[in-house]
Design a protein around this ligand. Structure first.
Ligand code: ADP
Ligand code: 5GP
Length: 190
């Protein structure tokens, strides 16, 4: 395996990384494609199987682990597994595109350590935990217990920020989108 570049966007849930990644994917000139992770969690809101995630049963997820089908995988929340399938990277590289990941901090750094030269690892940082919490509640997609779980995890995740190549503060969304585009286009030319 190996060809295009890899762009990892990691952040605590509610930082706005999905919003930023969606914006980047709309920029056709960048030739990016989204690495659709596999997860054992249930679809939420309007999520569609094969679009945001490959939704697998816990049993199927574990079968794929045993069959060595993942580049990386993790039990991000209790009984909620998430992972990047090797077949995803091959699919995107075969299209002649660069891979974009929206994955958690540990998974992101795992990708970086497996493909150090080809990967730009970006940590999307919320302006504050309070603002992150406001965004999570505003999104209205998670139950209260999930929000509390995500906030508790965020404090731990923020400590990983310095291990990333770049920290992108998502305060003004417009500025963050522009900075993200700039980072990606510069790294593609390297
Ligand atoms: P993540 O993928 O990191 O969990 P999302 O992209 O889903 O986060 O963003 C969480 C919520 O915050 C969404 O409702 C989104 O529209 C909103 N949001 C994202 N960026 C900003 C920003 N810079 N300012 C205000 N709200 C934002
Ligand atoms: P959510 O349930 O909000 O979609 O995602 C929960 C967390 O799992 C987020 O931090 C998300 O980035 C992370 N995640 C999504 N896909 C993957 C993956 O393939 N690998 C890893 N390690 N984490 C992932």
């Amino acid at each position: 395996m190996g060809k295009g570049k890899l762009f990892v966007f990691s952040a605590p849930s509610g930082s706005g990384k999905t919003t930023i990644v969606r914006h980047l994917l709309q920029q056709e000139a960048l030739k990016l494609d989204f690495s659709i992770s596999a997860t054992s969690r249930a679809p939420r809101g309007e999520e569609v199987d094969g679009k945001e995630y490959h939704f697998l049963s816990l049993e199927d997820f574990k079968r794929n682990i045993d069959a060595d089908k993942f580049v990386e995988w993790e039990e991000v929340y209790a009984n909620n597994f998430y992972g990047t399938l090797k077949s995803e990277l091959e699919r995107i590289w075969n299209l002649g595109k660069h891979v974009v990941f929206d994955i958690d901090v540990v998974g992101g750094l795992n990708i970086k350590s497996q493909f150090p030269k080809e990967t730009l690892a970006v940590f999307v940082q919320p302006p504050s935990i309070e603002e992150m919490e406001r965004r999570l509640r505003g999104r209205q997609t998670d139950a209260e217990d999930k929000i509390v779980e995500r906030i508790a995890k965020a404090e731990e995740e923020l400590r990983f920020a310095e291990k990333f190549d770049v920290i992108l503060v998502n305060d003004s969304l417009e500025i963050a989108k522009e900075e993200a585009e700039q980072l990606v286009s510069t790294f593609i030319k390297k």
